[in-house]
Design a protein. Structure first.
Length: 369
């Protein structure tokens, strides 16, 4: 009976499985394997909370670590399939956008950590060093991740000047996954190019036709690009000069600021109408103290968020403060232990860059070459 169930019914059952269990299911028989790869949107377990992916920031070794929130366990993923050293930029659905660290100019690629598929994006029209990178995903609003296009925007950076040497590059380029090419979208104010090149950590949030980046020049602020009009603006942020750390994430479909100070704890603000920030939540004091430890400073704290979860972390072994949607509209705070061992083997504590994604085993999702 199970081997003869219709694909849509079987895919609905598979939608409740986490990625590791789904991988086992895909190996049961040809019918199940075809269903898993043919229906990656449901097979991705979109009803489940996203996984936290910890990628080493210094490319130490060939392993990254993922936390499965359903069974609260850490797993190691071998990265030996990558052709060179990389640095993670952002998640795109169940995929990861990477940049090469073997070149000073920006070179981007996409990979699926679970299927070990890797694909390099074409070279940009203008060779750039250290530009800001932003991602817009799912513009077609398709329920199937195989057919959800994405765009990558690159702004600013340093390029070769006509007279020799280097200069700030005041242009914007866009990559379209359907077209598989880069196009120059226009110019940008030089002062914005400078800020994004020097002061942006590259985390971007897309909402309502605007792509946002956080910058930390003198005091924290947010740069906004209206994509349709190619117009730029700067937004102030709450407590900008007092924040020891600040991160811009997507939460509830909106740009959301997470920041903290030693004396006032950490807070979450959501960007509302008129570019005004509203206080949404305060991070529980006891969880904040557990994350900071004896140091007591928020300076080395990092944050990653999605519409289903928000995670504050420091390094691989120090644990995480997580705010997660447990039911529709109901969120709760919890503590997740850091990754100190996998499969009974001790794991070295390392600096990490965290991403949130819904893992899937889709073999498509890449333009046909």
């Amino acid at each position: 009976m199970w081997s003869n169930l219709p694909f849509d019914l079987l895919a609905n059952i598979f939608s409740f499985l986490p990625a590791d269990s789904l991988a086992l299911a895909s190996s049961v028989c040809k019918h199940w394997h075809t269903c898993v790869t043919a229906y990656p949107a449901t097979a991705a377990g979109a009803r489940n909370p996203p996984w936290f992916v910890a990628l080493p920031v210094r490319n130490r070794g060939h392993t990254c670590y993922t936390h499965n929130p359903i069974i609260d366990t850490w797993h190691g993923l071998f990265l030996g399939f990558l052709p060179h050293a990389i640095r993670p930029v952002a998640s795109i659905g169940g995929l990861v956008l990477l940049r090469s660290t073997t070149s000073t100019t920006l070179q981007l690629a996409i990979c699926n950590l679970f299927t070990k598929r890797y694909w390099s994006l074409p070279m940009l029209n203008i060779a750039r060093t250290n530009p800001a990178v932003g991602v817009v995903f799912g513009l077609d609003e398709s329920p199937d991740v195989r057919f959800s296009s994405f765009r990558v925007y690159v702004a600013g950076g340093m390029s070769e000047a006509p007279s020799g040497g280097a200069a700030y590059e005041p242009t914007l380029e866009m990559y379209d996954s359907w077209q598989d090419r880069w196009d120059i979208m226009g110019r940008m104010p030089v002062e914005f190019a400078v800020r994004l090149t020097v002061w942006s950590p590259n985390e971007s949030v897309y909402s309502g036709g605007v792509l946002y980046w956080m910058t930390s020049a003198r005091a924290y602020s947010v740069m906004g690009l209206d994509i349709e009009s190619n117009s730029w603006r700067e937004l102030s942020v709450p407590m900008a000069e007092r924040l020891e750390f600040a991160a811009l994430v997507r939460w509830n479909g909106r740009p959301t600021l997470v920041g903290g100070t030693c004396n006032e704890g950490a807070c979450i603000w959501e960007l509302g109408e008129g570019d005004t920030w509203g206080l949404v939540e305060k991070i529980p004091i006891e969880l904040g103290m557990r994350l900071l430890g004896v140091k007591g400073s928020w300076e080395s704290t990092k944050c990653v968020g999605s519409d289903g979860a928000l995670c504050l972390y420091r390094d691989l072994g120090s644990g995480m403060v997580v705010w997660r949607e447990v039911e529709k509209g109901r969120w709760e705070w919890l503590w997740v232990e850091g990754c100190c061992s996998v499969g009974g083997k001790q794991v070295q504590n390392i600096p990490i860059k965290g991403l949130l994604l819904h893992p899937n085993l889709a073999t498509s999702g890449f333009p046909d070459k």
